[in-house]
Design a protein around this ligand. Structure first.
Ligand SMILES: Cc1ncc(COP(=O)(O)O)c(C=O)c1O
Length: 447
């Protein structure tokens, strides 16, 4: 039986549900990344590093809530915090002490966070950060890097997917992208030329600190430092989009991990303990454009207008406080980072043993694969920047089907570890990976 035939047989109940879902949701899914061929699996419960499909199949999970569950699924501390809060109210339409505690924790952990503003999601956070950069500098251009993802609002649809020539979505008016400049990553000379020509019109540079698509294209050593210097010289704000890296790489996110300072940072995911929520942090001088005392030079309202029904809602605040209290100890990042290095070693060993061309790599607690590629052993090798450093489409679906059959769920671009993946989980995962490579080699999908 082929991998796909086995997949259809084992996950038959998921197939039935999916057949209903296509009548409800476009393509049957509620997030593009959850779409897969011939159908995605349906999950009915999760605990720790595991989740169970509707067929009762146990999976080791490396989606970890799209990277938000640093403490795994339903961690007792978070369950307690959210359960207590849900009984006390889910939305007061008023200020509350938990939002204050949450904001204070963010201030304490994030370098340079003199002020914090909570949003409903990561997309809203990057929307706010680039608008703040424009308001503060009075300039119009935002530079982003090809392959970097910053959510799905109009301006950030530029240069996301290879070959980066059209926006990642239809329906975006050209005007929304007119002042967004997509730069190739790791090319300092390109940026120097751009800054020399248009520096006085550049408001900010936004980036994912570990590289595009949470590190599929890492920055080469020294690039971020040089970019930091370039921004400081020209008054351009450097924006770290820490939606994935924040509270993950280290308690202080990428700024702490790389020992670098951004002017503004955006957060979501781990920030809100696996519930919905985002945030922007930065110096008071910039963030106070949101304040009612802001001076009227910015626009006729005198401030950056910011509503948002679910900003800092009590449930997200409760989960966020519980999560960040654990993160503050430094243990979750330390554990997840060490375990990820172990997993990457195991994957690379499997590539060798099975005789399939490719390699695994990553940063902190995030891992990726370069199928069919060789010649990348160090970060500096990414200077050549092959735009397709993600699992190609014709491999992604069979790879995911085989991994699911072998008891592991990860995205088509790799995965995120939590602090509760155990050594047993990791060894089982490496075994499943080696088995998957063999299965796909036998089918001629991998060579
Ligand atoms: C780096 C980055 N920025 C922004 C976002 C958007 O966040 P959200 O999905 O909460 O809107 C994501 C989501 O994965 C992300 O990875």
């Amino acid at each position: 039986m082929s991998v796909e035939e086995q997949y259809r047989k084992v996950f038959a109940k998921s197939a039935e549900l999916y057949a209903q879902a296509v009548e409800v949701f476009p393509s049957g899914v509620t997030h593009d990344a959850r779409y897969m061929q011939p159908f995605p699996v349906y999950v009915e419960r999760a605990q720790g590093a595991r989740k169970w499909t509707v067929e009762g199949r146990e999976l080791i999970d490396y989606w970890t809530g799209h990277g938000s569950l640093m403490l795994g699924h339903s961690h007792p501390t978070l369950v307690r915090a959210v359960t207590e809060q849900v009984q006390k109210g889910t939305h007061y339409g008023a200020n509350h002490e938990l939002e204050l505690a949450w904001g204070q924790l963010v201030k304490e952990l994030v370098p340079g966070a003199e002020r914090v503003r909570f949003t409903g999601s990561g997309t809203e956070a990057t929307l706010m950060a680039i608008r703040l950069a424009r308001a503060y500098t009075g300039r119009r251009i935002i530079v982003k890097f090809a392959s970097h993802f910053h959510g799905w609002h109009d301006a950030m649809t530029a240069g996301v997917y290879p070959p980066y020539d059209v926006p990642s979505s239809v329906g975006v008016p050209p005007g929304a992208l007119a002042d967004v400049h997509v730069a190739p990553p790791n090319d300092l000379a390109y940026l120097q030329r751009l800054f020399a020509a248009e520096g006085d019109q550049i408001a900010g540079v936004i980036l994912e600190p570990t590289g595009g698509a949470w590190g599929t294209t890492p920055f080469i050593p020294g690039f971020l430092e040089n970019l930091r210097a370039l921004c400081s010289e020209t008054g351009v704000l450097l924006i770290f989009d820490e939606v994935i890296t924040g509270f993950r790489l280290a308690p202080g996110g990428a700024q702490e991990y790389f020992n670098l300072r951004a002017d503004l940072c955006t957060f979501a995911k781990v920030l809100a303990g696996g519930l919905t929520g985002g945030a922007v942090t930065g110096p008071a001088e910039i963030m106070d454009i949101l304040a009612f005392t802001s001076d009227a030079k910015h626009n006729r309202f005198g401030k950056f207008s910011h509503p948002g029904t679910f900003n800092a809602n009590p449930l997200s605040a409760a989960a966020g406080v519980a999560m960040l209290t654990e993160i503050k100890t430094g243990e979750p990042s330390r554990l997840a980072n060490a375990n990820c290095a172990y997993l990457i070693d195991g994957f690379n060993q499997a590539f060798k043993e099975v005789g399939v061309t490719g390699f695994a790599y990553g940063e902190g607690s995030m891992f990726h694969f370069g199928f069919g590629l060789t010649g990348y052993t160090e970060k500096k090798d990414f200077a050549k920047w092959e735009p397709l450093m993600q699992i190609p489409g014709h491999i992604a679906s069979p790879f995911r089907q085989a991994m699911l059959l072998n008891g592991v769920d990860m995205t088509g671009q790799g995965g995120w570890l939590s602090a509760v993946h155990t050594k047993v989980d990791l060894d089982l995962t490496i075994e499943a990976f080696a088995k998957t490579l063999s299965m796909l080699k036998a089918e001629g999908v991998l060579a």
